[in-house]
Design a protein around this ligand. Structure first.
Ligand SMILES: C[S@@+](CC[C@H](N)C(=O)[O-])C[C@H]1O[C@@H](n2cnc3c(N)ncnc32)[C@H](O)[C@@H]1O
Length: 346
């Protein structure tokens, strides 16, 4: 590349300009990088003038060439610097793209997969339910739990327990009803009915629900439990429970398989906290319906954490009850389990 001023290589043009004694050259005494224009006297004219003009031209050419050389060198250096900067930039970009491909993108997709998983509606529901279970077990049930001689909290698998009957495999492990869930469910039973009714807990475990029911004025409270160890705990808890709290002191737990125990004759609340498989529930319900047909009367069936609505409607004698609005709202917000209450038509 050459940056020589267009006129620098044309001595004639400059000579012509100098010969015309340009005012600017005259005034400044130096036209930029051109040698100063020397005044030519009349004597000099015709003697040394031609030799001086040639020297000027030569000097001008030299200066112009030097400047052009410097400009070319500068341009080359700039070009080299630009090329290596571009190359360095390309290497940097390639490195950044590699890091992004190998680390940043996989991490981003792992994080977004985690976020998607954690915010899935069923996952959020499960997390909230786990929180509610913890809340009931560790906070809300604490006051009730202090009343029992044998602690009723926590779960107990049926393996290793001595079980009556042949339905061990259809039985569900022991775990207690949260006290508030029991209270919300029982709110659907008319207060005036309670004083005439028996309360039966199918799969009574360590007796927590029986003793919660004993704090209402039922005529009797019964339970059926097929695991000996759990039944012993229930018996101990009944014996030790503060009498001052009991509005019904006629409380008894039977050690047997539910399929072997006939339903009570009178009006009753039948309570099931998901104690066994649907086949056992269907058998027990059949007995209750037969007893109703033998003597139509007011019966309630409370189902906690069970999906037996269809079976209940098929009986033709039960209709589903709504919880009173206060309990319904509390249960909707705070119950870890589904609560369904049915009442017989009579
Ligand atoms: C989920 S626990 C409920 C305990 C208690 N009803 C409550 O709500 O706190 C279920 C209980 O049902 C008992 N169970 C399961 N199958 C049974 C059966 N066929 N006959 C009697 N009890 C049974 C289990 O041993 C267990 O104690």
């Amino acid at each position: 590349m050459s940056v020589v001023p267009p006129s620098a290589n044309k001595p004639e043009a400059v000579a012509e300009k100098n010969a015309q004694s340009s005012p600017s050259v005259q005034e400044s005494g130096n036209a930029g990088f051109y040698p100063p224009a020397t005044e030519v006297t009349s004597e000099q004219e015709g003697q040394g003038a031609p030799a001086n003009a040639a020297e000027f031209d030569a000097a001008r050419s030299q200066v112009a060439e030097r400047i052009a050389g410097l400009a070319d060198k500068t341009a080359d250096l700039t070009k080299q610097a630009t090329t290596s900067a571009v190359e360095a930039g390309k290497v940097g970009l390639a490195k950044a793209a590699k890091i992004s491909r190998e680390s940043v993108l996989p991490e981003l997709s792992r994080t977004s997969a985690k976020m998607r998983e954690r915010t899935r509606p069923d996952r959020l529901r499960k997390d909230y339910r786990d929180f509610l279970l913890w809340l009931h077990a560790n906070i809300l049930d604490s006051a009730t739990e202090r009343l029992f001689f044998v602690p009723t909290k926590g779960s107990v698998p049926l393996d290793g327990l001595s079980v009556r009957g042949t339905n061990r495999d259809s039985g569900h492990a022991y775990k207690p009803s949260p006290a508030l869930v029991f209270k919300w469910a029982l709110a659907a039973v008319a207060e005036e009915d309670i004083g005439r009714m028996s309360f039966i807990d199918y799969g009574a475990g360590k007796g927590r629900v029986m003793l919660l029911a004993s704090q209402y004025p039922f005529t009797q409270v019964g339970g059926i439990e097929f695991a000996e160890e759990l039944h012993d705990n229930a018996t101990m808890n009944i014996a030790q429970f503060p009498r001052s709290r009991m509005k019904c002191r006629n409380v008894d737990c039977v050690l047997d398989d539910v399929v072997n125990v006939a339903p009570v004759d009178g009006e009753a609340v039948h309570y099931f906290f998901n104690p066994f498989e649907p086949a056992i529930f269907a058998e027990v319900l059949k007995g209750i319906v037969a007893s109703y047909h033998a003597r139509p009367r007011r019966l309630y069936v409370i189902l906690i954490d069970m999906d037996a609505g269809e079976l209940m409607h098929k009986t033709g004698i039960f209709q589903e009850m709504k919880l009173p609005s206060a309990e319904r709202m509390q249960a909707q917000a705070l119950s870890p389990y589904k609560i369904s209450v049915f009442r017989s038509l009579a």
